[in-house]
Design a protein around this ligand. Structure first.
Ligand code: ZN
Length: 395
């Protein structure tokens, strides 16, 4: 993960949507004398890949933020009508068109920070129609920019109307929602919030095995706020990614490191929630695991849009090397959504997703924080100046 190739005075040759060649300017120029030239001043990175977001939502959860500052925990906030279920109530009341409109504007913020591909989950419906509507909204925006990949997260929480009969909700997920999602072909992955008080490892396994039966690849919210056995489950099931992991056990870390599963770590969530737990990035990497960093962009626990900020936190909070965090928001972010062969690298054959940062030394990308160093973004070969009047967070 610490292997990063830096070319001084380099050039990227793009044809259509693809990168054709990368190397020293003189050689690239000589190989393509007729190519149109765009001169840039700074460092070019592969477009960043955000492998974990919940970007389809309406209102921000401003009261939850203040409640946490007063010392209220997750359960106390939910008891006052906040938490995930307040976003569920809000999302159920919005049409597909309204969800597309608000989500599209917010995704421009991620693009302005250099993110060219975003994984987006459903999970604020918790009923078939709204889950499908969220996935349809993701589908409507999938071409981008930024490009999206959709994950079905009906198992994000047990909705109020199923409290006291949770097995009926698991049955609804398996017998109604998953077949409908598969029939419409509107999700690539299925995810489950495996956490004490949410879904048990046994319930998570049942949902994920059913999802695999429908041809979906697997992700797990694992060991976020408490040890859940989620890391072990992700390794055992061969999930594409295990996400969060701040409270993963030593056995879970060892199992993940020995597996093909990518650990997607979300340091912005721990920062925003004010928690001291740290995901075991160093232990995972030192044991041979693959680590990606993502924003977890969502209205409750991480309303953050910047992958470069997550990379800064990767160094300062998770003790990752600068080269490791750059790989974690590019190559490994792509691996966490099964796009490692097409995105996340400036290399021949890859999609021409390119970010220009106004820095001299590439390490400055993860050093200056709190502002944006991104000056230009190309998505699939097309320049898209992302900063403009259409960007806002209005609900
Ligand atoms: Zn999440």
């Amino acid at each position: 993960m610490a292997d990063l190739e830096v070319i001084q005075g380099g050039a990227v040759l793009i044809e259509g949507e693809r990168i054709v060649d990368v190397g020293p300017y003189a050689r690239i120029r000589a190989s393509a004398p007729d190519a149109e030239e765009v001169e840039v001043d700074g460092v070019l990175f592969p477009g960043f890949v955000d492998a974990h977001t919940h970007a389809v939502f309406g209102k921000p959860r401003l009261d939850d933020h203040a409640r946490r500052a007063r010392g209220m925990d997750y359960k106390a906030i939910a008891a006052e009508g906040g938490g995930i279920l307040s976003s569920v109530q809000d999302t159920r009341a919005r049409s597909e068109g309204a969800l597309v409109e608000v989500t599209g504007r917010r995704l421009r913020h991620l693009l302005a920070q250099g993110t060219t591909t975003v994984e987006v989950k459903s999970g604020y419906g918790l009923e078939t129609a709204t889950e499908l509507r969220q996935l349809a909204a993701i589908g409507a925006l999938a071409k981008g920019p930024p490009a999206l990949v959709a994950t079905f997260l009906g198992a994000h929480e047990v909705p109020l109307e199923y409290r006291g009969r949770r097995s009926d909700y698991v049955r609804l997920l398996i017998e109604e929602m998953l077949p409908a999602v598969a029939r419409q072909g509107i999700a690539r992955f299925c995810d489950v919030f495996c956490e004490p008080g949410v879904f048990t490892p046994e319930e998570s396994r049942a949902v994920l095995e059913a999802a695999r039966g429908h041809g979906l690849d697997l992700k797990i919210h694992a060991d976020e706020l408490d040890g859940s056995g989620g890391a072990e489950l992700a390794a055992a099931l061969g999930a594409v990614s295990a996400d969060h992991l701040a409270c993963a056990s030593a056995q879970g870390i060892a199992a993940l490191a020995a597996s093909e599963t990518v650990a997607v770590l979300l340091p912005g969530t721990m920062l925003f929630l004010g928690r001291a737990d740290r995901a075991p990035a160093r232990a995972l990497i030192d044991a041979g695991g693959a680590v990606a960093l993502a924003t977890d962009f969502n209205p409750g626990s991480s309303p953050g849009v910047s992958l470069p900020l997550m990379a800064t936190l990767g160094v300062s909070q998770l003790r990752m090397a600068p080269a490791e965090v750059v790989n974690a928001i590019t190559v490994n972010g792509a691996a966490a959504i099964l796009e490692a062969k097409s995105r996340g690298q400036l290399a021949p054959g890859f999609r021409a997703d390119v970010v220009l940062a106004a820095v001299r030394d590439w390490r400055e990308l993860v050093y200056w924080y709190g502002g944006s160093l991104v000056r230009q973004v190309w998505v699939a070969g097309a320049a898209c100046h992302p900063v403009g009047g259409t960007i806002n967070f209005l609900a």
